[in-house]
Design a protein around this ligand. Sequence first.
Ligand code: ZN
Length: 272
Amino acid sequence: MLLIDTHCHLDATEFNSDRDLVVANAHQAGVHKIVVPSVARNNFQSVIDLAHQHAQCFMALGIHPMYVDHAHPSDLAVLKQLIAEQLAHANPKIVGVGEIGLDFFVTQQNRETQEYFFIEQLKIAQTFQLPVILHVRRAIDEILKYLRRHPVAGGIAHAFNGSQQQAEEFIKLGFKLGFGGAMTYPRALKIRELAKNLPLESIVLETDAPDIPPEWIGTKGRNRPAELAKIAQMFADLRGVEESQIIEITGKNALKILPKLAGLYTSVKVLH
Ligand SMILES: [Zn+2]
């Protein structure tokens, strides 16, 4: 069983009082791996620390489009240095560059700044041949355009909420699409339709915890990585297949698109 939460902001302050318990509960719920993306220079280190503290946690390092107003171009040099260090680590836990992308929903005022940091980070991903974890809100066509200009080793379009055609464009570029809490709301017809119809081989699961709480928690509640088990069950119901099949296929998809997640899990030495 390979239940993998491909997107969880475990370092968020919402988890400050009980983070270890949240990780333990996820493990009990069968969530074997959790990818924790960073959002800004000031949380690079906490994400690195989390990934090295917990066997099931892995990191992506990057600057999120909603944080670029407080970012400095020199943060990119820091990012590059940290990625190089983490790739050379004795127990490497870095799986990609992220969370990066564009968000034209919150604002387009800083569009040039967003595009600058996005493109520079695509170049960093190219340099290290790492996949990327993308935030793609209201900017999918622009993101596809930049991915064609700066091809990377695939990745995940997280919290995907575009059209069927845009999904197919991502798939052509070697990407998987991330689905989570949003598809648990019966009224989220468009996203449920996508989750039902896209090829299962192109989907990975995520919680985006503490954000995007599933329907049973309610929009004001705190999401946790342990909820992924129930999200997988709802996704299986939506597609009319067994939950075990969903877990197996989406888990394989995640390991395929984030290859560094595959070989590195066993921190326990097996004695013969
Ligand atoms: Zn995120």
